[in-house]
Design a binder for this molecule. Structure first.
Ligand code: SF4
Length: 225
């Protein structure tokens, strides 16, 4: 029986991926409302198109209250570059409205007074906001020790045996946060980014390129697909 624990497996995989892709470095990217909108735009969208559509949205609406008060069609046309604009535009408007309940400008300052669990609950209570989006805001913008688990992180973690095959993405958030090292936002960020990159480039959902994978020697799923 293997004596490798899931924590060991995770740490070993991240060390290899850090070498393979380069160690990801966490630096706060933008204010929480910006991060939230950016994450909505990033769903099912390539990074380059997310960045373009976010820049176009900010150019069209320099303050978030302007987007909140705009027609959905105007938001949709501003973010058309990124894809799924018809779905994302009303969602962005609803989120901005929800964030304006007590302030003239949409605001997430309320998070400052909340611990990680309460902040997660608040963010997932926003219109259409799931745990991955909430965790992205907490980690990327606020540097909180919370692991975002998108489809890539979930798939790579299961294939490597870091989490069980039956563990859902939602269940994986606290499990992977704990395994990566609570209190270590830099390592949580590295796990997240390494697994996202690996899922996109090599460990594809269909036909993963195990022959090119630097983790093949330690992966119980190598060659199984
Ligand atoms: S060996 Fe294959 S299944 Fe395992 S992590 Fe690499 S690409 Fe994914």
């Amino acid at each position: 029986m293997s004596s490798i624990t899931p924590q060991d497996q995770l740490a070993g995989a991240v060390a290899v991926l850090d070498d393979f892709y380069g160690r990801p470095v966490l630096s706060p990217r933008c204010p929480p409302v910006d991060e939230l909108v950016f994450t909505v735009l990033s769903q099912n969208t390539a990074d380059v198109n997310t960045e373009r559509s976010f820049a176009a949205l900010k150019a069209r609406f320099p303050v978030w209250s302007a987007a909140r008060d705009a027609e959905v069609d105007d938001i949709e046309s501003a973010i058309a570059l990124g894809g799924l604009a018809h779905t994302k535009a009303p969602r962005i408007k609803s989120i901005l409205e929800a964030l304006s309940a007590h302030t003239a400008e949409p605001d997430l300052g309320v998070l400052d007074a909340l611990d990680d669990a309460a902040a997660l609950a608040y963010l997932t209570g926003l219109p259409g906001d799931g745990p991955n989006t909430a965790a992205c805001v907490q980690l990327y913008s606020l540097g909180r020790q919370v692991m975002p688990v998108d489809t890539h992180v979930h798939r790579v973690a299961r294939r490597l045996g870091v989490i069980g095959a039956q563990v859902t993405a939602e269940q994986a958030h606290p499990l992977l946060t704990e395994m990566a090292g609570p209190g270590d936002a830099a390592q949580i960020y590295a796990v997240h980014v390494d697994f996202v990159r690996h899922g996109r480039r090599i460990c594809h959902a269909r036909r993963p390129a195990c022959g090119e994978c630097p983790l093949a020697g330690m992966c119980p799923s190598a060659g199984a697909y």
